[in-house]
Ligand binder design. Structure first.
Ligand code: ATP
Length: 251
C-alpha cells in the first residue's frame, strides 16, 4: 500500500462516524388474526452525533414502530438499522440487547421503570446490562435530573414530572451515543416539559444523537431537524429555522 493510501486508510479508521444512527428502507409488517398492517413502508433516516431529530405524525402513522426498530426492540421486516458501523437489525435478540445496552438509551412512554425497585436501583440494574464500570454513578445521574433527594423512592411515589425525569435518568444510565425518546414530554406541564427538553438538548450538546417522537410543538422547536411520518412513509423533512433554546434550567 502506498504512503498516501495508508494515511487515508488510517484517517478513515480514526475519524468518528458522524452518522451514528442510520435506517435504510425500513419496512414493518404486522399480522394479527385476519388483519394485516404495513406500519413502515420504506423509511430511511440518519441522525448525527450532536443532532436532535424530531419525528412527528398522526396517531397510527408508525412513529412508535419506527422507534422500536431503531432501538433494536423490534425487528423490521425489511431494511436495516446501523449504529455507527454496526448493524443492529436482523440479529438475535440477545445481541440486539447487548448493542442497545452499550450504545442506545431508550425512553418509552411507559417510562421504562421497574415498579418494585427504587429509582436508584432502576438505574443500577440498567447499568448492570453492560460489562465494566459505569461512567457515571446512579446518584450523579439522579442529581443531573434534579432527583437527588428522591433516590430511594419507588416509581409510584413520584409525580408525573418526576417520573419523566427518572425514566430519562435510566435511559442515560450507560452514557449512550444515541438517545431515543417516545413522547418524552407527553403529559407534562409546561415547566417540567422545559426541564426535560433542556436535559435532552444538553445531551445532544455533549455529542449524543437524540431522536424524539413527539406531538409537542415545544419539542419540535428545540430540534435541529424534523421529519414527518404518514401512513408509514416519510412525508417531509425540514431544518427547524430558528431553534428556540430551552432555558438553561439544569447544568
Ligand atoms: N403489535 C402490533 N400488531 C399489529 N398492529 C400493530 C402493532 N403495533 C402497531 N400496529 C399498527 O401499526 C400502525 C402503526 O402503529 P404505531 O404505534 O407505530 O403508530 P404511532 O404513530 O406511534 O401512533 P400513536 O401516535 O398513536 O402512538 C398502526 O396501524 C397500529 O395499529
Amino acid at each position: 500500500m502506498a504512503d498516501h493510501q495508508r494515511l487515508l486508510h488510517l484517517a478513515v479508521m480514526v475519524m468518528p462516524d458522524e452518522r451514528i444512527l442510520t435506517a435504510r428502507e425500513l419496512y414493518r409488517f404486522y399480522r394479527a388474526d385476519e388483519e394485516e398492517t404495513l406500519a413502515l413502508r420504506g423509511v430511511s433516516l440518519q441522525v448525527q452525533r450532536g443532532e436532535t431529530l424530531a419525528v412527528v405524525g398522526p396517531s397510527g402513522s408508525g412513529k412508535s414502530t419506527l422507534l422500536a426498530c431503531l432501538a433494536g426492540l423490534d425487528e423490521p421486516s425489511g431494511g436495516e438499522v446501523r449504529v455507527g458501523g454496526l448493524r443492529i437489525s436482523h440479529r438475535p435478540e440477545t445481541e440486539r440487547a447487548r448493542l442497545r445496552a452499550r450504545h442506545i438509551g431508550v425512553l418509552l412512554q411507559t417510562r421504562n421503570l421497574l415498579p418494585h425497585v427504587s429509582i436508584r436501583d432502576n438505574i443500577r440494574l440498567a447499568q448492570r446490562a453492560t460489562a465494566g464500570r459505569p461512567a457515571v454513578s446512579a446518584q450523579e445521574l439522579l442529581g443531573q435530573v434534579e432527583l437527588a433527594e428522591r433516590t430511594h423512592a419507588l416509581p409510584r411515589q413520584l409525580s408525573g414530572g418526576e417520573l419523566a425525569r427518572a425514566g430519562l435518568a435510566v435511559a442515560l444510565a450507560n452514557s449512550p451515543d444515541i438517545l431515543l425518546a417516545d413522547e418524552p414530554t407527553g403529559e407534562l406541564d409546561g415547566e417540567t416539559e422545559q426541564v426535560v427538553l433542556t436535559l435532552l438538548r444538553n445531551r445532544a450538546a455533549q455529542g449524543c444523537a437524540v431522536l424524539i417522537v413527539t406531538h409537542s410543538a415545544e419539542a419540535v422547536r428545540v430540534a435541529d431537524r424534523v421529519i414527518g411520518l404518514e401512513d408509514g412513509r416519510t412525508v417531509g423533512a425540514a431544518v427547524v429555522p430558528e431553534r428556540q433554546e430551552a432555558p438553561d434550567v439544569i447544568g
